[in-house]
Design a protein around this ligand. Structure first.
Ligand SMILES: *Cc1c(COP(=O)(O)O)cnc(C)c1O
Length: 752
């Protein structure tokens, strides 16, 4: 049967007579059937990638690409007056992640399967995932993301495991999603859930009774933990996830007849940030139940587990009160205390190295570092900061455990799927080898002086900007000029990522325009990102941006030269639409604070030029493309760390010293903005910038404005800019997650 015949037989009607929703169901069924036919990756050693988040993005398009069916399906639908793009629009994006960390996990699963390595993901099946973001009165509102409505790739299994929570037995049910590699075999993402979850307990946005574990356990990712019940719920979720994971692992190993004393010969466990840390004591507990003494069990687990650190922000390194753990997982307490006592004996009670601190809090990262064979950071600079600053006491005792694994992204999604025109151009120029070995992209440098190729690059960028302008017109009803410069700042909202600095630049540019200093070409500033529901300052920044959007876009004097758009509910689907249309990629975190970033890599791959600080993987991007093809500004991470260590940054100094900074900051609470927005929120934001500014916005503001001005001027030298685009694409091969996964496998997992 041809693909067309298959489609018709599933539809029971002609393609031209089918609705997009029917076509979606039929396409999904074809993917399921094909996936069933391809073999699961086989091997004697397997990695389990345990993560609280998997930000998978929509599955249909990516699976059709990896199965080699995308182009044919696209053509069949076109021939019948339909479009695959509209069919893909029916799918609801799985809401199983939050930001970069979760997206990394999804890219890794794609690469593991593509490289034909045995490796499964393990996570939770959140019913409403992270919230869905809506803007009302220029403010963020949170509502449940009902992604489970409608068909998807996640299927229920009849496999369950008993999990003890606060002395009661619950039954975790496994759901599976196939992870289809590019032209390869498949692995599985296992998502655990309770049958008893009750979505109807959610009211007023995302409020619910946090104590009703039976009904609420897997409703949301990262439920509010500002109170005791919220923290307990996080512990419940984490233990539920890792107990299910550990039982699955031990069950499979026993089934295979493997000797559990040699577990490290058959299993590697990658702990993605600290959320899955309790897998360590849980695996030890299960091995002890198999008759292995604790000391021996701890040694075995130590050789199985590896830990990835994703941040140096202190608030993100989880510390749970011992009595909370005692309440939720009393059966783990003797083990955790035993592990702490072992560290006490080995390191003469050095408080830096204890798992349990003097206030009886359990430091999850410290437990990870004592009981993992590998500790990795996610970009070169980040790993150096871990070794020399944040985790120095551990580096001193375990230097051989520390290693760097610079993050990566899957080009199948962030180029082949999101930017088909650029994909075709690259195929035409250098063939298709780059799809499985991204280092081939360097061959594009041959065209550095090829006017024809450079012009095609520019045309593709323009067409992607037109597409995005149409999308934004439809979704937000804002008219964008595709001939303007698209300056894009999309990522989670956080003060360290400094969206507020870009907002201050918008104010600066607006005031310039009002004073008659006009830019050579209109500028469109595109923001997008969710703020954690309890993070006031991040919500204030969203509010400022939305007020600026209202003011500037409706000012006939200014809107010819400057526009601001904040996209609602930024997710992977939106990312795929925005990134190919970007000219200037905003990566302006306070140096030392962004562990790696992966957004920066997606933009580079799509021919955007980075405007950024020397932070995270930006440093590696600069080393690859050279200073002519990136705009780097601001204080270095050493300078910033010095300022923190000596407490010598005072934002008020910068505010009072510079007129231009002063004016921009004061505009936040100007009559004009206060007439549009909520004066209390705007005042709180201005106040924070002047008197606190923990992430040093005002420190770098002037050098940021200067660097951005240079970038905007250079953009006018089109011949030059097109070459910058080409170099960025050509040098992006290093950031393929295939490269990252090969490194994990060679240095840590050793899968066979
Ligand atoms: C890549 C990605 C991120 C991470 O972006 P950063 O700029 O690295 O913070 C966050 N959210 C989505 C939807 C992404 O696709």
């Amino acid at each position: 049967m041809t693909l067309q015949e298959e489609l018709v037989s599933l539809l029971h009607k002609e393609i031209k007579d089918a609705a997009d929703s029917e076509l979606y169901e039929a396409c999904l069924e074809i993917v399921r059937q094909r996936s069933e036919q391809i073999p699961t990756v086989q091997g004697t050693k397997k990695v389990y990638y345990i993560s609280a988040e998997f930000l998978t993005g929509k599955q249909l398009g990516k699976n059709l690409i990896n199965l080699g069916l995308f182009d044919e399906m696209d053509r069949i639908l076109k021939d019948n007056g339909k479009s695959l793009e509209s069919v893909e629009a029916i799918e609801k994006e799985p809401s199983l992640g939050n930001g970069g960390l979760g997206r990394l996990a999804a890219c890794f699963l794609d690469s593991i399967a593509t490289l034909n390595l045995p490796g499964d993901g393990i996570g939770l099946r959140y019913h409403y995932g992270l919230f869905k973001q809506q803007f009302i009165d220029h403010k963020q509102h949170e509502i449940p993301d009902e992604w489970l409505d409608g068909s998807n790739m996640v299927r229920k299994t009849d496999i369950t495991f008993p999990v003890q929570l606060a002395g009661k037995t619950y039954h975790s049910r496994m759901y599976d999603m196939d992870v289809i590699g590019y032209k390869g075999n498949k692995n599985t993402l296992h998502l655990f859930d309770l049958d008893t979850i009750d979505e109807s307990i959610v009211h007023d946005g995302i409020q619910f009774d946090k104590t009703n574990i039976e009904k609420n356990l897997t409703l949301f990712l990262y439920p509010d933990d500002s109170d005791r019940d919220g923290q307990l719920l996080r512990i419940y979720q984490q233990y539920f996830m890792v107990s299910s994971a550990a039982q699955l692992i031990i069950h499979k190993e026993k089934e295979a007849g493997h000797d559990l004393h040699r577990l490290d010969q058959y299993v590697a466990v990658q702990i993605n940030d600290t959320h899955p840390s309790m897998v360590i004591p849980e695996l030890i507990r299960l091995l002890m139940m198999e008759g292995i003494p604790m000391k021996r069990a701890a040694d075995i687990v130590n050789n199985v587990c590896a830990y990835t650190n994703h941040t140096i922000l202190a608030e993100a390194l989880e510390k749970w009160p011992l009595d909370y753990l005692g309440e939720v997982v009393p059966h783990l307490l003797p083990i955790i205390e035993g592990l702490d006592y072992a560290a006490y004996c080995a390191f003469s009670g050095n408080p830096d190295l204890m798992i349990i601190d003097e206030q009886n809090r359990v430091h999850m990262a410290k437990m990870d570092m004592h009981y993992s064979r590998s500790i990795n950071g996610v970009a070169a600079l980040h790993t150096e900061i871990l070794k020399n600053q944040e985790l120095k006491p551990f580096y001193n005792i375990y230097p051989q455990r520390f290693n760097n694994k610079t993050n990566g992204i899957t080009f199948r999604r962030f180029l082949m799927h999101s930017n088909p025109q650029l994909t075709n151009l690259i195929d035409m120029l250098i063939g298709e080898g780059w799809k499985t070995d991204a280092s081939h992209l360097e061959e594009l440098l041959r065209y550095y002086n090829d006017e024809n190729v450079l012009e095609q690059l520019e045309n593709i960028k323009y067409q992607n900007k037109v597409r995005l302008a149409n999308f934004i017109k439809e979704k937000e009803n804002i008219d964008l000029d595709p001939n303007s410069v698209f300056d894009v700042h999309v990522k989670r909202m956080h003060e360290y990522k400094r969206q507020q600095m870009n907002a201050l630049w918008v104010i600066y540019k607006y005031m310039q325009i009002k004073n008659g200093a006009l830019p050579p070409r209109p500028i469109t500033v595109i923001f997008g990102g969710k703020a954690a529901p309890a993070y006031k300052m991040a919500k204030n920044v969203i509010h400022l941006i939305l007020c600026l959007q209202e003011l500037i876009n409706n000012d006939p004097e200014a809107n010819k030269y400057l526009k601001v758009v904040m996209i609602q509910n930024y997710n992977v689907d939106k990312a795929e639409k925005v990134i190919p249309a970007c000219d200037i990629s905003e990566q302006i975190s306070l140096a030392s604070k962004e562990a790696s970033g992966t957004g920066n890599m997606k933009f580079m791959l799509n021919g955007a030029v980075t405007l950024g600080t020397a932070d995270g993987a930006n440093v590696e991007i600069r080393n690859l493309v050279g200073n002519d093809n990136i705009y780097v500004f601001g204080r270095s991470s050493d300078e910033v760390i010095g300022l923190y260590n000596t407490s010598s940054y005072h934002s008020s100094d910068f505010y009072y010293r510079s007129n231009s900074i002063h004016n921009c900051v004061d505009f936040i609470t100007s009559e004009q903005l206060c007439a549009i927005g909520d004066p209390a929120m705007l005042n709180e934001l201005r106040d924070n910038l002047i008197n606190k500014d923990w992430f040093m916005t005002l420190l770098d503001l002037e050098s940021y404005c200067a660097a951005k001005e240079t970038a905007l001027m250079d953009y006018e030298n089109r011949a030059w800019w097109k070459r910058k685009m080409l170099v960025n694409i050509a040098k992006s091969g290093f950031f393929s997650s295939d490269r990252t996964i090969k490194e994990y496998n060679n240095d840590i997992w050793h899968l066979r």
